[in-house]
Write a protein that binds this ligand. Structure first.
Ligand code: AMP
Ligand code: ZN
Length: 112
């Protein structure tokens, strides 16, 4: 079975710039950053979209990692944004569940 792009990053078949890793989660620098700090946080397990989450513990694993990542990057006081795009209207392009963590500049609302 061929693995998706982020599965290949998770198992180190494709090189990425890792900023955080534990047994369930990997976070790496986005290849096309939209802010001075732009990291993609993924569960190592393949889940295609937010719609496919069957065990909500993935959210606590992801957000525990995000807490550590934003602390390490000194973003907590200044602030940051977490984004999860789902399917077509959400703008998802890689179908392995992931959360963008963006920081280092001010973001507008609503998003485009
Ligand atoms: P999304 O559009 O929400 O599905 O986000 C996918 C993200 O993955 C985009 O921000 C891409 O820039 C990023 N991306 C794609 N390929 C790679 C890669 N090889 N390494 C790091 N980030 C990537
Ligand atoms: Zn995958």
């Amino acid at each position: 079975m061929s693995l998706c792009l982020f599965c290949k990053i998770a198992n180190k078949e494709i090189v990425s710039r890792v900023v955080y890793e534990d047994d369930k989660i990997l976070a790496f620098e986005d290849i096309n950053p939209q802010a001075p700090f732009h990291v993609v946080v993924i569960p190592k397990q393949h889940i295609a979209t937010l719609n496919d989450v069957r065990n909500e513990s993935v959210y606590s694993d992801v957000f525990k990692a995000i807490g550590q990542i934003t602390k390490n990057a000194n973003l907590q006081e200044r602030g940051y944004r977490v984004v999860a795009n789902c399917n077509g209207d959400g703008g998802q392009t890689v179908f392995h569940l992931h959360f963008h963590v963006l920081g280092g500049r001010a973001f507008r609302w609503p998003p485009g």
